[in-house]
Design a protein around this ligand. Structure first.
Ligand SMILES: Cc1cc2nc3c(=O)[nH]c(=O)nc-3n(C[C@H](O)[C@H](O)[C@H](O)COP(=O)(O)OP(=O)(O)OC[C@H]3O[C@@H](n4cnc5c(N)ncnc54)[C@H](O)[C@@H]3O)c2cc1C
Length: 415
């Protein structure tokens, strides 16, 4: 079958890879001149099934309220006359009950755990190098009550066999000496020994090279402007380089997926959650962390990418704006100063903002919606790197007519 995959981020490239392995003739349409330049290159790098918790939780309405009254919190809303934001906000709040939050977390966890297994297989079979750090991720707390509350929250994952351990400050520093300067501030950490980190942009480009070797064609610098349909099937993609026709189409355009899907009446409840990302050089004199981590006070996440330290923070619901100012990185600067003061050259940072494609509940949308030849693979929110291989494989299974290997409840695309 001839298949066009729209979007050359980690999700589109992973989808193209599994489709090519199934013997399909695959082309990827990407508007940038290089792959994985959007969310897939700015993320924190964590591959963390152990942190697959849904953001829509009983605690979220309180956080949003504090943001609206001007308090500095990790989740922010910029109120603006945007009907999409209002619709998304109402649906998000509906997902904040404890039972919806648990159901969503479990759907995301299933996909992340499946994806991590596939990632290991692909890396071994295709000999990929993406700077993996596979010795666990530390979730760091400054407040003992937060640590206790979140360890209780992770019970649903532990009941499924996920190992998570509480470390006191001494054990935490013994495991991660880069935190030694923060001894007085730490209440402890939760260690998930199975969580990992790695460079998502590098992985995407290495995987794309293996795709090319399998005959996948990449049309870079090509923007999908709209879809064409005849009422029952999608018949083409209108691009700035003409109309492209195939048997099946995959939408993996991250935050731009809803706009394109709307051109043929397909609704996708995906809204951008802006995040701030900073990358600092690591040189010989620095003491970088050996593990990926998250500071649960500020929700700043970090990972060691070898010669660089990546830190990312904040979820801001502010439309498609990618602008950033110095003060947007205040949480990252605070974390660098307080927890990891000698980890990297903080004077030489590269700063940017990028957009997570969020669904109201958290799990992505993977499957067919209104059209039997238009597969949707988007809405991976804060865990798209962790979910990429699993999402690509599920998409290829569905296009090839094979039953998925995991329970896909919760990933449905609206019809
Ligand atoms: C600050 C931040 C931190 C994060 N941290 C983590 C983390 O630690 N772990 C984790 O698992 N996930 C993390 N994520 C989430 C993860 O990065 C995303 O879920 C994932 O990258 C989404 O991949 P994607 O391929 O769907 O989207 P993208 O990477 O955004 O790719 C979409 C592609 O589509 C292209 N495109 C868009 N419109 C068009 C068009 N009309 N025509 C052609 N091409 C088009 C874009 O150029 C882009 O290349 C983080 C995200 C952010 C923003």
């Amino acid at each position: 079958m001839r298949v066009f995959v729209m979007g050359g981020g980690v999700i589109g490239v992973a989808t193209a890879y599994y489709l090519a392995r199934d013997g399909h003739e695959v082309e990827v349409v990407e508007r940038a001149e290089r792959l994985a330049l959007d969310a897939s290159s700015g993320n924190a790098g964590l591959i963390a099934p152990g942190h697959a918790f849904s953001w829509a939780s009983p605690a979220a309405p309180g956080l949003l309220f504090r943001s609206l009254v001007g308090r500095e919190v990790a989740i922010r809303v910029r109120l603006r006359p945007d009907p999409e934001l209002v619709r998304f906000g109402i649906r998000f709040l509906r997902e904040c009950t404890s039972s919806r939050s648990e159901t969503n977390t479990l759907a995301s966890f299933r996909l992340c755990a499946y994806s991590q297994e596939l990632l290991h297989d692909v890396v071994r079979e295709e000999r990929l190098d993406y700077g993996p750090v596979s010795q666990g991720v530390l979730y760091v707390y400054r407040d003992p009550r937060g640590l206790e509350r979140d360890f209780e929250r992770s019970r649903i994952l532990r009941e499924l066999g996920r190992e998570q351990d509480v470390l006191d400050p001494d054990a935490c520093i013994a495991l991660e000496p880069a935190l030694a300067g923060a001894r007085g501030r730490l209440a402890g950490a939760i260690l998930d020994p199975g969580d990992e980190s790695g460079d998502c942009e590098r992985f995407t480009n290495e995987l794309a090279a293996r795709c090319r070797a399998r005959g996948v064609r990449f049309r870079l610098g090509t923007t999908a402007r709209a879809l064409e349909a005849d009422g029952t099937r999608v018949t083409g993609i209108v691009t700035d380089a003409g109309v492209l026709r195939a048997d099946a189409y995959v939408i993996a355009l991250g935050v731009d997926s809803p706009a394109l899907a709307r051109s043929v009446g397909q609704r996708l409840p995906v809204y951008p959650a802006k995040g701030y990302s900073a990358t600092f050089p690591i040189r010989g004199e620095h003491r970088p962390p050996a593990h990926g981590g998250v500071d649960e006070a500020t929700l700043v996440a970090w990972s060691n990418l070898g010669d660089r330290l990546r830190m990312s923070s904040t979820a801001e619901f502010a439309g498609h704006d990618r602008g950033h100012r110095e003060r947007d990185f205040a949480n990252i600067s605070r974390l660098a100063r307080e927890l990891l003061p000698r980890a990297a050259d903080y004077a030489a940072g590269e700063y940017r903002a990028c957009l997570r494609p969020m669904t109201p509940g958290g799990p992505p949308l993977i499957g067919f919606g209104q059209y039997p030849n238009l597969l949707v693979n988007t809405g991976h929110g804060h865990s798209g790197w962790a979910m990429a291989c699993g999402s690509g494989k599920l998409a290829a299974d569905l296009v090839s007519g094979r039953p998925p290997e995991i329970d896909v409840r919760g990933l449905d695309v609206p019809r």
